[in-house]
Ligand binder design. Structure first.
Ligand code: ZN
Length: 439
């Protein structure tokens, strides 16, 4: 594993950030849900970037304590006012329909209609996003400003949807590395026209997978595109016998807003991926937040349920629920920040770089310091002067490489960036002062 492989991708990050934004733009208009053709269309587009394998799990399949639901599809939906004007139109925003609404075609009084209208009084101009997956119902979402303007009379409500026996669709992309051990990178593809939560995650996972597929890798990677909750439960149930291959993982969501990064630790809290994410954020020089695991949130709830207890954390920017645009029409393309997308991708790459290179070495010269000067390691290296930081890194690696400290441990103890420690180890290996003891 050469440093240059990851750094080549990182050097293209601003280009990849633009590609991430373009993918979000392309996926934005599609009406997705936990099942249905919007998901299939989304996965078809993801498939243009990476050769995903799509699985269809039939309605009624039992997955642990859950059952795969009926498949939902929608063609159109609208409300006509008493004068026949189309005042709510699914074709203008798919958030207007409560996701998973049953079909309806009815004339209805304003009073009755209001029982099926949802708005956000505290944010009167935006359309909220609501779902009714496990309770057969119907409804429309509108801005509170619009709700207050509705006049009495007979309205027409039409939802041209279907809720029938079908399938739950999920896809995976498996990228083979040197080792069988797998790194799980997951996102959910069940939200309709919403960007930060979660098209930002979908696009980051897709582009990350595409670029990682071009470089040699130590670990194998499994990228999941699943509906949130039911998809993670289904995937864990269908793949239960292979779960022991998973070394660790990350749930990717909310990576495109302008806020600082947030890392939510795995349930175990002190696994290698938790320590790496903390190390990378601390050394970034940017503000960040670290959160201990809590049992609400995204699919880490399933991966970190006690029966699996996987080392799965989640790296986000502003956490779901903590930005006012969350689950509203304001979580749109304008809410996306290209620099944030780029920065989020870089942080994911840096975390994976550390994971790939976190080896444990043994000094071959444990009795007192080796004489660096005679090896050209004290003042110059190939004509290039070794600077103080590199010298410090070399000293740390030599001293702590007693077989008990990984490069990550040395980075943490020395407060020097992992890259510096890894470069120092590479120099020492070339000079026969260090050997790899664990694979
Ligand atoms: Zn959400």
């Amino acid at each position: 594993m050469e440093t240059s492989d990851f750094s080549t991708i990182i050097s293209k990050a601003s280009l990849i950030g633009k590609e991430m934004y373009q993918l979000i733009e392309e996926l934005y208009p599609i009406c997705r849900s936990i099942t249905g053709n919007g998901v299939r269309e989304t996965h078809r587009i993801i498939g243009k970037h990476v050769p995903i394998k799509t699985h269809e799990i039939p309605t009624g399949t039992n997955v642990f304590d859950w059952t795969v639901p009926k498949e939902w599809n929608i063609q159109d939906a609208y409300v006509l006012d008493p004068k026949g004007n189309k005042i709510i139109d699914f074709k203008k925003s798919n958030l207007h329909v409560v996701n998973y609404s049953i079909p309806i075609n009815t004339k209805i009084s304003l009073k009755e209609l209001k029982k099926h209208l949802h708005s956000l009084p505290e944010q009167p101009t935006v359309i909220p996003y609501l779902t009714t997956y496990y309770n057969e119902d119907w409804g429309f979402c509108i801005s509170n400003d619009q709700l207050l303007k509705l006049e009495d009379g007979e309205y027409t409500a039409v939802i041209n949807s279907s809720l029938e026996h079908g399938n739950l669709t999920y896809s995976e992309y498996y990228l083979k590395g040197e080792k069988e051990d797998e790194i799980l990178i997951t996102c959910y593809t069940c939200h309709p026209s919403l960007c930060n939560d979660n098209l930002s995650g979908v696009s980051l996972v897709t582009l990350l997978a595409e670029y990682l597929s071009k470089i040699p890798l130590e670990y194998s990677y499994r990228f999941l595109f699943i509906p949130e909750t039911i998809g993670a439960i289904t995937w864990l149930c269908v793949n239960e016998k292979n779960i022991s291959r998973i070394k660790c993982g990350l749930v990717v969501t909310c990576v495109g807003d302008s806020g600082d990064l947030t890392y939510k630790k795995s349930r175990q809290g002190n696994t290698e991926i938790d320590i790496i994410a903390t190390n990378v954020l601390r050394n970034s020089g940017d503000d960040y937040a670290l959160l201990d695991f809590f049992p609400s949130g995204s699919d880490e709830r399933q991966f970190c349920s006690p029966g699996f207890n996987l080392a799965v954390g989640s790296l986000m920017r502003t956490m779901y629920g903590n930005f006012k645009e969350y689950h509203t029409s304001a979580d749109n393309l304008q809410f996306m920040n290209m620099k944030s997308l780029e920065d989020s991708l870089i942080k994911y790459l840096e975390i994976l770089f550390v994971l790939e290179n976190n080896k444990t070495y043994l000094t071959l010269n444990p009795k007192c310091e080796p004489q660096l000067g005679k090896r050209g390691l004290y003042q110059t290296l190939g004509g290039q002067k070794i600077n103080d930081t590199t010298k410090q890194a070399i000293q740390w690696v030599l001293n702590l490489s007693d077989g008990n400290n990984s490069l990550l441990d040395i980075s943490n103890k020395s407060n020097l960036e992992f890259h510096l420690i890894k470069d120092a180890a590479d120099i020492l290996i070339k000079n026969n002062l260090l050997k790899n003891i664990i694979n």
